[in-house]
Design a protein around this ligand. Structure first.
Ligand SMILES: C[S@@+](CC[C@H](N)C(=O)[O-])C[C@H]1O[C@@H](n2cnc3c(N)ncnc32)[C@H](O)[C@@H]1O
Length: 256
């Protein structure tokens, strides 16, 4: 598990440096890369005006959907983004929960945290905080947040059960879980599953939809809904010929 986490961290450190130097995530394979999952994240996922209002561009997302569109956010709420990367979803959430609310992002990669803090300063957002930590051991107290969001990150974790239990722990009773992620819809061959590069590119760490649903339920959530958005087969999204299929999905659930 430590080897996987370290290779993911190294890969996203490199991606953060590229983005900071004016490159786009599409220069390297990542969840939002051109050779990877979603193609460039587009206007159908995010409002261009809302992103531009933060002084950012859609290149500031490495995700596979827009979790901020999944959860209705209200003024005064506390939001947490698991694996916040360059920080776009945290900054959009911070705007939506203002006044009185706060948005936290947690990420393990120093270079991503620096980039996120630069983006926060550029956007002039004050009610957002980027925390260093892992999503398997979230650095927040029990029942601290109203909404947990995440964009194309949980598939990267070797221990998804630990992540989902942590998300449940930090949510208040009645809190909402609304994430975009990648799932496996047709089995991938063993050599794809074991390739570290494919893991960091949001492919090898995917688990079947039923297994994902069971892990969310096992963590304690109810009202679990999984909606497949885009499906990718052999030759797409970095999948080799003859492989199975993966898909981006929206996953919603609630803490009773
Ligand atoms: C594919 S990027 C997504 C970033 C962001 N959610 C977005 O949509 O732009 C994955 C991010 O998750 C972070 N990450 C991956 N695994 C993590 C873990 N186990 N704990 C904390 N952060 C993690 C990486 O450092 C990286 O910034």
């Amino acid at each position: 598990m430590d080897t996987i986490r370290e290779s993911v961290r190294a890969k996203y450190a490199e991606t953060a440096i590229k983005l900071r130097d004016g490159g786009s995530c599409c220069d390297s394979s990542c969840c939002g890369g051109s050779d990877a999952i979603s193609g460039p994240i587009g206007e159908e996922e995010y409002s261009k005006a809302e992103v531009a209002d933060l002084g950012l561009s859609l290149g500031a997302s490495l995700g596979c959907g827009n979790p901020t569109a999944l959860a209705q956010l209200h003024a005064g709420e506390i939001v947490l983004d698991l694996g916040s990367g360059p920080g776009l979803d945290v900054l959009l959430s911070a705007r939506r929960v203002s006044p009185g609310g706060h948005a936290y992002g947690v990420d393990m990669t120093d270079e991503m945290l620096s980039l996120a803090n630069e983006n926060k300063a550029r956007a002039g957002v004050e009610n957002a905080t980027f925390l260093k930590g892992t999503i398997e051991a979230i650095p927040l107290a029990d029942a601290a947040v109203d909404v947990v969001i995440s964009n194309c990150v949980i598939n990267l974790a070797a221990d998804k059960t630990a992540v989902l239990k942590e998300a449940f722990r930090v949510l208040k009773p009645g809190g909402r879980f609304a994430v975009s992620d990648m799932v496996e819809v047709e089995p991938l061959p063993a050599q794809v599953k074991s390739a570290i590069d494919a893991w960091a590119g949001c492919v090898a760490g995917t688990i079947p939809v039923d297994e994902y649903r069971a892990a969310v339920v096992e963590a304690g959530f109810d009202a679990v809904e999984i909606e497949i958005t885009n499906t990718y087969g052999p030759g797409e999204a970095g999948l080799p010929p003859g492989s199975g299929k993966i898909a981006s999905a929206f996953i919603r659930a609630a803490k009773p």
